[in-house]
Design a protein around this ligand. Structure first.
Ligand SMILES: Cc1cc2nc3c(=O)[nH]c(=O)nc-3n(C[C@H](O)[C@H](O)[C@H](O)COP(=O)(O)O)c2cc1C
Length: 169
C-alpha cells in the first residue's frame, strides 16, 4: 500500500546525535505546526523551541530524568493558550488541536531526515516554570527533535479489521 514515505517511515526516536540543528530546518518544523488545522481556526497555541543545553537538561529533569529528552538538540513545547473552548460536539478542542499540530511537526521532521518523539511524561508545573508559561496556560506535549542515533523497528499496529469500520461501528 503506497503511503507518504514520511508516514510510512516515522517512528519514535529515543536516541539522538546531539549535534545542533540548523535554524531554517527548525523553523520549517515550527511552520508545519503553524499550518495545522485547528477548531474554528482559533489557533490557541504557542510552540516554544528550546535548544539551549542548560534548559534541555532541566526539562529532562522535569521528564523524570529520561536521557533522550536532554540529548535531543531541540525540544518543542506545544502549549495551549485556551483550555475552556469546547467544540460543537461538547469536547475540548485544545488536545485535538495540539495533537494535530504535533503530527504535522513530526512528519515535517521526518521529511527533514530527523527523528522525533512526543513526550507527555513530564511534571507540567516544572516545565511551565522553566519556560515561563503563564499560570492559566498548559503544556500539552513536548516533542524532541534531532538526528536519529538509532534505527528502531516500526512498532506494530492493530489489524485493520479491528480499527476500520465501514458504514457502521
Ligand atoms: C499522546 C502521546 C504521548 C506520548 N508520550 C510519550 C512519552 O511520554 N514518552 C515516550 O517515550 N513516548 C511517548 N509517546 C510515543 C509513543 O509511545 C509511540 O508513539 C507509540 O509507542 C508508537 O510508536 P511509534 O511512534 O514508534 O510509531 C507518546 C505518543 C503520543 C501520541
Amino acid at each position: 500500500m503506497e503511503m507518504l514515505p514520511e508516514i510510512a517511515n516515522r517512528r519514535s526516536i529515543r536516541d539522538y546525535i546531539p549535534d545542533a540543528l540548523d535554524r531554517p530546518t527548525l523553523d520549517r518544523i515550527l511552520e508545519a505546526g503553524r499550518r495545522a488545522p485547528s477548531a474554528k481556526n482559533r489557533q490557541t497555541w504557542r510552540f516554544i523551541l528550546i535548544t539551549r543545553e542548560a534548559t534541555r537538561l532541566e526539562i529532562q529533569n522535569a521528564c523524570f530524568g529520561q536521557e533522550y529528552v536532554g540529548q535531543a538538540p531541540a525540544i518543542i513545547a506545544l502549549c495551549t493558550t485556551n483550555v475552556d473552548y469546547k467544540m460543537p460536539n461538547d469536547q475540548f478542542s485544545h488536545p485535538v488541536d495540539i495533537g494535530i499540530a504535533a503530527g504535522f511537526m513530526m512528519l515535517q521532521a521526518e521529511h527533514e531526515g530527523l527523528g522525533s518523539c512526543p513526550v507527555t511524561t513530564f511534571i507540567e508545573e516544572d516545565v511551565k516554570s522553566l519556560l515561563s508559561v503563564p499560570h492559566k496556560m498548559r503544556v500539552v506535549m513536548l516533542l524532541t527533535v534531532g538526528k536519529p542515533a538509532e534505527e528502531p523497528e516500526l512498532t506494530d499496529r492493530f489489524p485493520r479489521e479491528r480499527i476500520f469500520g465501514y458504514e457502521h461501528w
